[in-house]
Design a protein around this ligand. Structure first.
Ligand code: ADP
Ligand code: ASP
Ligand code: MG
Length: 814
């Protein structure tokens, strides 16, 4: 004999019920079957709601009941041949009359006891099982409807009754007798007290009903048919990458369900485990899928963690006090106080000092628990030996489960390392003495992220997901998005990095898609996106709390530069081509760097100097490997280089500058380049990275622009340059007279930094520097005379975008 249980979604409507009927028709060819069914999907919730509405004297419960009646009638009209419908329709109508009568009573009394609530919800399973039974009857299949209330005997703990197995087993075996029918059909979820009051076995309890029949009848196998293809490595609604577990032990399944895997109701395992009856989890909608086998000793697998689960709405209770140390009996009294109030303890930890005991319970029990414990310890609290119970709410538990964990040291290290790196704070930890699970209490808002990063660490050696948020979609930003689009599949295939752009913002709007924005049409989508400020964008990034998040600043905005702190302190890495943050005060720069360190995030800004050239990265590598930077000499302005390479007096200076601007080399206000501010910032950033505490005011600048050029608007600046043509020509001529070229050179030496126009002789490394190229010379202890040279295009959207891209990829390595 077999027991098959079908859940709410499997019997949600006539179409699904047909699938159930087809599966059963096949099964009964081979064996006797007990079919246990849940209420039609959502019906239990609606019945509960109807009861509550009635108790609040809200007569809309009538409409709800009417809708429920229609839904059942519709299923009947589709499933049952027309000539056989009337008797079932009248049975069902009777049930609804009875249900309505009960709800009317609740409405009049404005009172809903647990006992009455159990009566109300029991109709869900009774109705669905009656309909399915009638369907088989209409096919002339030998079937028998079992009233679970006459067989499953429970105590009177309504809403979560405790089964009396001795009485129940006796009734079940008796009722089946020696000559069983081919097919039995029973409502799940419900039972009754010895005096006949309907009870329920707890939400999700139809699974338990199946196990109760199975154990009583000693069947060969139980099959739990549901809407997913087995027990998965994590809740598939939270972790899209979750995969079905082929085989799992009873103990592991029990732990996973205890810690929130809704797929199976936790008490279900015990009765079948005692009898070593195997349980299959199967998918009604994809019956050909293998599913999961729950058995006594599951085969070993390569994954030594079997699954990850989580329970929400947890409160943490801490009993603390110096009076507890060394005195036995405190925990006993704590647990007794909780047990007396029927408070279920989900997790326990005790600090080794015995100074505090910490338990995790369901949030809904918090008040009850607080009252009970404070009363139990009132004497100790009064005399100051114990503090009043400390309560923390809005927590969740995440648990890693696996029988093989004990033979693999380092699991907890990896678990907490993963959580820490993602900025998830762990409030309490518990490890079962069986070493079958490790659980951690964390803030409820972090659960989704925690489960996903843990899943990635323990099950997805295959890839790491990066969630990228881009601020700024000008020239460089759009190039960056194009490069990412082009490279996405390469990264996934070759580097196992799944790089997704999840958010894009400009100064007015933001576009967000947690599944990843389609980069082929981001610009059209952004046009229709919601208006938002950079602050809105940042708050959303924090709120989304996605794992491995990276914020990319492709703006030149000082507003955007102020948000890094808020991101880093949430362990969100920041990649900036915006130079403002790194060139603001040393204190701010240092604070960002240390925030990144403490929160295990990266703060990367390679493109602040020399666009895509590996200048900062090289400097960091030299320093990390113990070298010392003695001197840096560099031409760092693509714009200035372009201008002085093109200027020889034949075309006016102002026109050369305009050309540089038109070709996109300059800042929107070219004076930032020509005045040397941009180069000052760059050399200061290099000096800071070389370990120098330098401020902008300390960088010397030998201005070549006449002071009058700094006044007025950009247009006025161009006019002023035209007027000053003679000045620029004289600078040129002085250099040319020596056979030298003009270059704007930045130098850092002996703790000082300076920038200015210099005459470059033909033997200098800087002499042959063309176009917009940058050149950096590092003189270090290891490169004392011949410097380490980095040369190449130091401006341009494409190379800058690729430098930013490289920084983003670096984040994948943490
Ligand atoms: P039924 O109504 O068939 O009893 P449930 O809704 O009670 O179905 O349980 C199935 C659901 O459990 C799945 O749809 C899935 O969303 C959820 N679930 C949570 N954790 C897991 C897990 N580890 N494996 C599979 N499903 C899970
Ligand atoms: N119908 C009940 C519930 O929704 C029992 C079950 O589906 O297992 O909780
Ligand atoms: Mg269920």
């Amino acid at each position: 004999m077999k027991v098959l249980k079908f859940g709410g979604s499997s019997v949600a409507d006539a179409v699904n019920m047909e699938k159930v009927v087809a599966i059963i028709r096949n099964k009964i060819k081979e064996d006797h079957v007990v079919l246990v069914v849940s209420a039609m999907g959502g019906v239990t919730d609606q019945l509960l709601q109807a009861g509550r509405l009635a108790a609040q004297a809200d007569d809309s419960y009538k409409t709800m009941l009417q809708e429920l009646e229609n839904r059942h009638f519709t299923a009947i009209r589709i499933l049952i041949p027309i000539q056989q419908q009337s008797s079932l329709l009248s049975t069902v109508k009777q049930q609804f009359n009875e249900l309505e009568g009960i709800c009317d009573g609740v409405y009049l009394l404005k009172e809903l006891s647990d006992r009455t609530q159990d009566r109300i919800v029991s109709f869900g399973e009774i109705l669905s099982s009656l309909i399915i039974s009638a369907r088989f009857k209409s096919e002339d299949i030998d079937q028998y409807w079992l009233d679970a209330r006459a067989l499953i005997v429970t105590d009177a703990t309504h809403t979560k009754a405790v089964v009396d197995f001795t009485a129940t087993n006796e009734r079940i075996t008796q009722s089946f007798g020696n000559n069983p029918h081919r097919l039995y059909i029973s409502p799940g979820f419900i039972g009754a007290t010895p005096s006949g009051h309907t009870t329920t076995l707890g939400r999700g309890g139809s699974d338990y009903t199946a196990a109760i029949y199975a154990a009583a009848l000693n069947v060969d196998v139980v099959e739990i048919w549901t809407d997913v293809s087995g027990m998965m490595t994590a809740d598939p609604r939270l972790v899209p990458a979750a995969k079905p577990i082929a085989r799992i032990s009873y103990q592991e399944a029990m732990e996973l369900s205890h810690f929130g895997a809704k797929i199976i109701y936790p008490p279900t395992i015990q009765p079948v485990m005692n009898k070593k009856i195997p349980v299959w989890i199967k998918n009604t909608f994809q019956p050909q899928d293998e599913g999961t086998l729950i058995e006594n000793q599951a085969a070993q697998s390569n994954d030594f963690i079997r699954g990850i689960s989580s329970v929400n709405s947890i409160s943490l209770l801490s009993l603390e006090g110096s009076g507890m140390v060394g005195i036995p009996g405190f925990s006993k009294r704590l647990f007794e106080a909780l047990a007396q109030e029927q408070v279920n303890v989900i997790l326990i930890t005790q600090s080794s000092s015995e100074h505090s005991i910490c338990v995790g319970i369901n949030e809904s029990d918090t008040l009850k628990a607080k009252r009970a414990v404070d009363t139990a310890f009132s004497y100790e609290i009064q005399t100051g030996r114990v503090d009043p119970l400390i309560v923390e709410t809005h927590l969740s538990v995440v648990a890693l489960v696996g029988d093989q964990m004990k033979s693999h040291p380092g699991v907890s290290g990896r678990m907490f390392g993963t959580l820490g790196r993602n900025g998830i704070n762990v409030r309490a930890i518990a490890q079962g003495s069986s070493e079958r699970n490790i659980s951690a209490v964390i803030a409820a808002r972090d659960v989704k992220k925690a489960i996903n990063v843990l899943h990635e660490t323990f099950f997805e050696n295959s890839y790491k997901q990066l969630n990228v948020f881009v601020a700024g979609v000008g020239n460089v930003g759009s190039k960056l998005l194009a490069q990412i689009l082009q490279q996405q599949s390469y990264l996934q295939e070759q580097l196992n990095i799944q790089l997704r752009v999840v958010g894009i913002a400009n100064s007015k709007q933001m576009l967000v898609n947690e599944q990843g924005i389609d980069l082929a049409q981001w610009s059209t989508s952004l046009k229709d996106a919601v208006p938002a400020s950079i602050q809105d964008f940042v708050e959303l990034i924090r709120e989304k709390n996605l794992r491995n998040s990276v914020f990319v600043d492709v703006t030149a905005s000082d507003k955007v530069a102020t948000v890094y702190k808020r991101l880093l302190e949430k362990s969100i890495s920041v990649v900036a081509c915006n130079k403002i943050a790194c060139s603001s005060s040393y204190k701010d720069y240092q604070e960002l760097k240390s925030l990144a360190r403490s929160y295990n995030a990266l703060f990367l800004f390679e493109t602040n100097v020399g666009a895509g050239l590996p200048i900062i990265g090289t400097l960091n590598d030299l320093m990390r490997s113990g070298d010392r930077i003695n001197k840096i000499q560099a031409v760092l302005s693509g714009t200035l280089n372009f201008v002085f390479n093109h200027y020889d007096g034949t075309i006016p200076f102002a026109q050369v500058v305009r050309k540089a601007q038109e070709e996109g080399y300059t800042e929107p206000d070219p004076r930032l380049d020509l005045g040397g501010t941009d180069v000052m910032r760059k050399i200061m950033i290099l000096a800071r990275e070389a370990g120098e505490q330098l401020e902008m005011e300390e960088v010397k600048n030998n201005y070549f622009l006449p002071a009058s050029c700094f006044e007025g608007s950009v247009d006025e600046f161009y006019q002023e340059m035209e007027r000053q043509e003679a000045h620029f020509y004289s600078l040129y001529k002085a250099a040319a007279a020596e056979g030298a070229k003009l270059k704007f050179v930045a130098t850092y030496e002996q703790g000082e930094a300076r920038v200015g126009l210099e005459h470059i002789q033909p033997e200098s490394d800087f002499y042959h520097l063309y176009g917009k190229d940058n050149l950096v010379l590092f003189f270090t202890n290891r490169y004392p005379e011949q410097p380490l040279v980095i040369k190449g295009a130091g401006a341009g959207a494409d190379v800058t975008a690729s430098g930013i891209f490289a920084d983003i990829i670096r984040v994948a390595s943490i």
